[in-house]
Design a protein around this ligand. Sequence first.
Ligand code: SF4
Length: 377
Amino acid sequence: MIQRNPTRPVKIGNITIGQGHPIAVQSMCATPTTDINATLGQLRSLEKAGADIIRIAADNKKDAAALIQLRDETDAVLSVDLQENYRLAEVLAPHVDKIRYNPGHLYHHERKKPWKEKVAYLADIAVKHDCAMRVGVNAGSVDPDKAARYADDDSIIPMVESALEHSDWLDHLGYTRYCVSLKDSDPAKTVDAYLRFAEVRPDIPLHLGVTEAGIPPMGVEKTRIAFEQLIGKGIGDTIRVSLTLPYERKYEEIEAGRGILDDINAGRVRTVVHFNADRLNLISCPSCSRVENEAFIDLAHKVQERTSWAEQHAVTIAVMGCRVNGPGETDDADLGLWCGPNYVNLKRQGEKVGAFKYDEILDRLDQELKQLVSNGQ
Ligand code: SF4
């Protein structure tokens, strides 16, 4: 029997995480939020698969209006992902059970306003509308002020510091109905970040996830490695497995999450800490409403097929679904792709190579990969 950390309870709609409650399994709609039929279809399939919480992104007022419409169609426990537009909280809090904000995205709007004021505003809205919150820190989008204080290759400490700072401030404000996540695309770094945070704040419920884990089965395995290490140590109150899947298969994130939890509970675990550090590592985002061309999902799968010849080489390839987070999220990859409506951008070791049509990008990627490999990568 795993001894769970003594986290405080956080009520999210009709479920509670923390304080020994069952670990909640969640997912996120990847369809454009404004496509009501598609998003409702995805919501229903996630609900059917047993999702405890379903997250939907809102970037603008049109998304917000769509989310309000979706609320009327479902009893699911809903979380809104505020992405860059934190002021949408006041529009959406009356209609959702939880608000997710990313400390690294708060600066995008009202740049002169201190982050503490923005968080106080969010906490105030959450209290007024009976909402929980998640402080969702991500290695690819850490608060730039925080990141600037540390070495470029240190993605973990800025994440942990940011999460601790926001937690302290929320507590200071008297708002404790929140959980925290600290996601990296590398399972080992993810484990490190959560362990460091939980050591200081074992009382705060944690949402576990490996961001951009990629395509199954590899993406599930990366996540499993991290979850085994963390849940086995009593860390984790809710989980999400972030997989790159076609819209109609998104529910597999829930099945994968439940499968991992069942295996951990039954003791079917392994003790791998490193994830094939000296082999080809494909990272791809789980997609969300920001994807401008659904061909991204197919592309991620084709990248996996096309690059399989390089499996024995330590190269990291990142494939991201949008132009908003894609450029930043591919910074640490040897080859990074991020998708626009008609073109796919390609970056090699931090330098932009160019933008290529969807039917050209695989050849160019292969060419760049061959060069990297012949240079001894
Ligand atoms: S990279 Fe873009 S499309 Fe992919 S999950 Fe992140 S925001 Fe969504």
